[in-house]
Design a protein around this ligand. Structure first.
Ligand code: TPP
Length: 637
């Protein structure tokens, strides 16, 4: 049978589909998503939950004239399929393929690039204000989940709504889930309403809602229909009224007729901004995802499912579990990411000491600072990219007061398929400029556990940044040991060149040294361990002999490890040393597998060798006169 989806190249085609066929279309879309994500990986459960909503949005509104803004953007796969990207959908999250998130570069229907949570209401408000200033006429719709709306930014935007005056629509997609169940007061309010399941039928009572101006009159009318849930009704209605919205809901987010009706009324309502509260099931239409929306939030591609060693995240969690068993003062703070940080087991064992604070990275850091003032040993478990949100809190609340907060910075470096909004390639730059903060990165998973132990008992702020994915596969020590802060180690000696590498890049640097050794070029490799404070004497003393120094890091070059090494060498007056800094140029790194991206930026062993030979062409002379093959030891010696 010909698929309806085959005939849709944009929202105009969608509008031509007869109403009775829309359920079939929804089924086709779900199948397409499941088939694709099975191969490419991606945010399946969230996108399955918004199929009917997206169909309704594109039928009621006129994109791209009307502006639809997706929060996080991980639920936008239907939007991609309906806005001319179906042909390329199989390239989702692949190198040079479609992004897993909305992107202004990708389509005129993607009004605002996203990836980080809680931005949609601010962006929508800005667009609506610009529309009014320019005398334009279009609708602005922010689609935000019940998880993302708890984020500080979203709450700041809501607080600003009544004073702004510009009219826009918020669709609150309430499925009760962030990645794990949504936490906090707002989620409790929504839950009361959601469980009532007295869906508001926009078709019948919409007129009443929007013809009355006071919350009290609405309640009177609606209270007749929903006597049993008057209290539940009162709270959300008043809540959103006070934020300057006319409230409409809850609406069954899988009923296209109700959705279309509600959205049409919201579109036509001219008096103020409208919040349309819809209730959906995360993972809808795919049994396994409905049963376990947590697991199907982010699905890994088939190809990445073979594991050789525990992941760094797993080692982090195992280390924390052991340490928390020994020390009741250790606490973990996670901003809505217990799964990503592999903390669910630890959370079960220590429910009082693992704080899921919601999608609130700023609050998470200052909350940890508060714990630290009272003698606790807080560990903020956070992805590098999301820690960007907390820059001022690290600076002002933690480092300035020299409070002993440990930061477990997961997904440092290239993360791969999530792409430019998620690459953790800036942390070495933005963290090393903060006084008092030690910044470390382990060469392998064994060193990670020691660094975490060191950070927790450092009596000062310390960040440990580690990569996404499996460890090197080294033997794990059974006893934790402290690592001297600011001290690196020499992994192998060679007279021709020094490579100082940090974190993930230590292993490819050792491999590069091996390749060079086979060409007769003798290389020293330093595991720097710390980007701040730097082991200045180790790096400078070793490189003074051969005058050739290479630094390698999975971070942008500007302000990173190599740039600090370079300025130290200049400061110390060691001008005879020729330096090559290997890292990522100052740009946003697209999506693609970690291997592809590392090769692209010359961060694998081949790239490192090439960069060295290009920068130090005189080494070819050594190479050409060489006969014997030398062996360079592996890491973890
Ligand atoms: C600033 C930030 N912190 C954390 C995340 C990771 N994250 C991605 S989706 C998500 C949950 C979003 O929940 P919700 O908005 O309810 O959408 P749903 O997946 O339930 O549809 C989280 C925490 C993020 N994208 N941005």
């Amino acid at each position: 049978m010909v698929k309806l989806l085959d005939g849709i190249n944009g929202p105009a085609d969608l509008k031509k589909i007869p109403y009775k066929e829309l359920k079939r279309l929804a089924r086709e879309i779900r199948q397409e998503m499941i088939n694709t994500v099975n191969v490419t990986g991606g945010h399946l459960a969230s996108s399955l939950g918004t199929v009917e909503l997206t169909i309704a949005l594109h039928r009621v509104f006129n994109s791209p004239h009307d502006k639809i803004i997706w929060d996080v953007g991980h639920q936008s796969y239907t939007h991609k399929l309906l806005t001319g990207r179906r042909e390329r959908f199989h390239t989702l999250r692949q190198y040079e393929g479609l992004s897993g998130f909305p992107s202004r570069d990708e389509s005129q229907h993607d009004q605002f690039g996203t990836g980080h949570a809680s931005t949609s209401i601010s962006a929508a408000m800005g667009i609506a204000a610009a529309r009014d200033l320019c005398g334009d006429d279009y609708h602005v719709i922010a689609v935000i989940g019940d998880g993302a709306i708890t984020g500080g930014m979203a709450l700041e935007a809501l607080n600003n709504t009544p004073s702004l005056g510009a009219r826009f629509i918020v669709v609150l997609n309430d499925n009760g889930m962030s990645i794990s169940p949504t936490v906090g007061a707002l989620s409790r309010i929504l839950r009361k309403f959601r469980f009532d399941r007295h869906y508001y039928r926009a078709t019948e009572s919409g007129k009443r809602v929007f013809s009355s101006s006071s919350a009290g009159r609405k309640l009177w009318h609606m209270g007749k229909k929903l006597k049993s849930s008057l209290k539940g009704l009162l709270i959300p209605t008043m809540l959103w009224e006070n934020f300057g919205f006319a409230y409409m809901g809850p609406i069954d987010g899988h009923n296209i007729a109700d959705l279309e009706s509600a959205l049409s009324q919201a579109r036509n309502y001219e008096h103020k901004s409208v919040l349309v509260h819809i209730v959906t099931t995360k993972g809808k239409g795919y049994g396994p995802a409905e049963d376990d929306a947590v697991c199907f939030h982010g699905v890994s591609p088939q190809s990445s499912k073979i594991k050789t060693a525990p992941t760094y995240s797993e080692v982090f969690a195992q280390t924390m579990q052991r340490l928390m068993q020994q020390d009741p003062k250790i606490a973990i703070i996670t901003p809505a990411m217990p799964e990503g940080n592999c903390l669910t087991v630890v959370q079960k064992e220590f429910p009082q000491r693992v704080f899921d604070v919601g999608i609130c990275e700023q609050h998470a850091v200052t909350f940890a600072a508060g714990l630290a003032t009272q003698g606790l040993r807080p560990v903020v478990a956070i992805y590098s990219t999301f820690l960007q949100r907390s820059f001022d809190q690290i600076m002002h609340d933690v480092a300035l007061q020299n409070l002993p907060v440990a930061f477990a910075v997961d997904r440092g470096g290239i993360v791969g398929d999530d792409g430019r909004t998620h690459q953790g390639i800036f942390d070495l730059s933005y963290l090393t400029l903060i006084p008092n903060l030690a910044v470390a990165a382990p060469k392998d998973e064994n060193e990670l556990q020691h660094m975490l132990y060191t950070a927790i008992y450092a009596d000062k702020p310390m960040a440990v940044r580690y990569p996404r994915g499996s460890g090197v596969g080294v033997v794990m020590d059974t006893e934790f040991k402290k690592i001297l802060i600011g001290r690196g180690e020499i992994l192998c000696h060679g007279a021709d060149l020094v490579i100082a590498a940090i974190g993930f890049e230590v292993q490819p640097s050792l491999d590069a040294a091996n390749i060079l050794a086979q060409q007769g070029i003798k290389v020293s490799v330093i595991n720097a361990r710390f980007a701040s404070p730097l082991d200045v004497s180790l790096i400078t003393s070793l490189s003074q002999g051969c005058k050739r120094l290479v630094t390698v890091e999975e971070n942008v070059i500007d302000g990173g490890f190599g740039s600090h090494v370079t300025s130290i060498v200049q400061k110390e007056g060691l001008s005879g040393i020729k330096i090559k800094v290997i890292g990522i140029p100052s740009e946003f790194v697209e999506h693609g597998t970690q291997a592809i991206l590392r090769a692209k930026y010359g961060l694998d062993s081949t790239g490192i060798v090439q960069a060295i030979m290009n920068h130090f062409p005189e080494l070819t002379l050594i190479s050409s006169g060489f006969q014997k093959i030398t062996e360079v030891p592996k890491a973890n010696i």
